[in-house]
Design a protein around this ligand. Sequence first.
Ligand code: PLP
Length: 397
Amino acid sequence: MISKKMENMVKNGSAIRAMFEEGKKMADKYGAENVYDFSLGNPSVEPPKEITEAIETVIKEYSPNYIHGYMLNPGYEEVRKKIADSINLRFGTGFTAKNIVMTVGAAGGMNVIMKSLLNPEDEVIVFSPYFGEYRSYTSNFDAKLVEISPDTATFQPKLDEFEAKITDRTRIVIVNSPNNPTGVVYSEDTIKKIAAILEKKQKEFGTSIYLLSDEPYRELAFDGVEVPYLTKYYNNTIVGYSFSKSLSLPGDRIGYLVIPDEADDSANIISAAGVATRILGFVNAPSLAQLVVSKCLDAKVDVEIYNRNRELLYNALLEYGYDCVKPEGAFYLFVKAFEADDKAFVAKAKEHRLLIVPGSTFGCAGYVRIAYCVDYNMIQRALPAFKALAEEYGAKK
Ligand code: PLP
């Protein structure tokens, strides 16, 4: 018998993963070129060539025992120092190796920081729509997820509701910009307003409220849009970064947390994050991946490939009568479904061999997410199916 909690998790398994698996089955049945799978945020752009070169260099440069052995739980000191230096250079911050904890991707980092900060019944605020896994991570530590309803006109955070929902149990507020699933980027003005609200509420309740910036998409921003670095606006910010999308390395499971000295109880949180890394069973982030990314901190994936996909799909969907806020980053479009029941709409899309994910997975019913981190040619082939789907609902431009 599995645990009650896991029973629920298994029953309500990830809609994204389910759709991805469905896509594999459909590809076997209809042929891969006749199925249009926009379900998973799996980067289609290859990792930069620096990654392969760094793997070769690392293997030549270091002793096998250094590369493959146990290490301190937060990761190699030299890697953490290089990361701190790189952030300081880019954003004018003052971090050192001790502020960096290497993690098993963003997912590992978020679990580590939640393990470090949350008591049962503590509250974690998220802005809808949000990455659905936040529900599972929060539940891992018996905390409560508090949703701020979406502003569907802009998908920017609703600040009045945010302020009203902060309580003396609020421990973490998650911000994810560029956002999955909307692609929206929060402006500096928005970040300043969030910071001001948090400062006010911390004073009112005499608590520490941590702003957790979940940043797998930081480097994927278009049209020169700036993604503010949040530690500069609010002392109690913790950054969760990942190389999964920025260097197309999701399988390597590598990222890091930044825990600034300015954060309340910083030294204890840093210690707790090291222990959490160990006792959650990660022990440390993958060793080879740590050394490799430390040599590739200035490398970039070709974001222009995603930009080209975005332009093609966004413009075509608008022409067919779909309604969508133009994303400024990440690689998703969040589109209004042509009926209120997003799951029924996703099922209809499947009849056109289009695999997309219901917005309710992200806490925003009536919408669907289309991941365009796919081959450009597949988008071209899929356009008639998107058009036919819109026509079935009698959509007008
Ligand atoms: N946070 C967001 C918003 C994501 O979209 C993802 C992955 O898609 C993650 C976290 C997890 O990223 P990682 O693969 O680095 O654990």
